[in-house]
Design a protein around this ligand. Sequence first.
Ligand SMILES: [Zn+2]
Length: 306
Amino acid sequence: MSFTVTILGSGSAVPTNNRFPTSHFISCNSRFILIDCGEGTQFQMRKFNLKIQSIQIILITHLHGDHFFGLPGLLSTMHLLGRNRGLKIIGPEGLENCLRSQLEIGQNRLDFEIEFIALAKNSTHCVYKDKVIEINTFPLNHRIQTQGYVIKELPGELNMCKELVENEKIPLEVIHQLKAGKDFLDSNGMFWKYKKYTLPPKPRLSYAFCSDTKYDERIIESIKGTTLLYHEATFLEIDSARARQTFHSTAQDAAKIAMKGKVKKLLMGHMSARYSNPNQHISEAKLFMKNVEFAEDGMILKLEEI
Ligand SMILES: [Zn+2]
């Protein structure tokens, strides 16, 4: 079981040689999720040896081109490679119409089902849940409707205390009950108390994604306590007026949200093409948040190691 985030694009609206537009690939306990799909996402997936057909869910934050112009190409490639497994696409209202008309105009068909889930403005709810993970959405503060997402592991089973399992030769059927947190009376009349034989489950990991947005403290409630927070940091403090005007954040804005939300680590991204490197973003963010890094295309973050 593992939880990793691969950065496919860490730039903003104008791509550069080193930074593609926004896209992150998440592998969480055998669930494969793409968040945003800027132009060139499918090429980045190939470059970083990720399987396009593995994607089960695509989450789109908003309908500015640098966050979804890669989708028609990605969907066409999925079709050409013979996909027949369904795909879930979750994003703001209007996304389905836009994609369908792009495909229809060229009489392109897809041999797989897409389930679109349209999010109304200011949605704050669970958009996906299975036995292992849940995904919640929440509103960001940008020029058009923009949704953030948090991917969370669900509470795992309790861990058995290995020594006791070996010493007391605990039968398998008993282990199943104890791991589920249930006391158990076996057929020999032996009563097993789960608290005696188990240890707490491993901590739940979570990944929050905030791009694009201006500084807004209402976000804090939704990202509180997450293991890793991705927050856009398009600008430096010297350009903060431009940040406010364009509904974007500075590195300090991102760091303040991370600090107030008590997240373990902050990952910044969406750097404006006007800056050549993220050194200044990192030093400005460190005034508020010690554990901080700037995303680079191809970077892999293992949440277990944070
Ligand atoms: Zn935007």
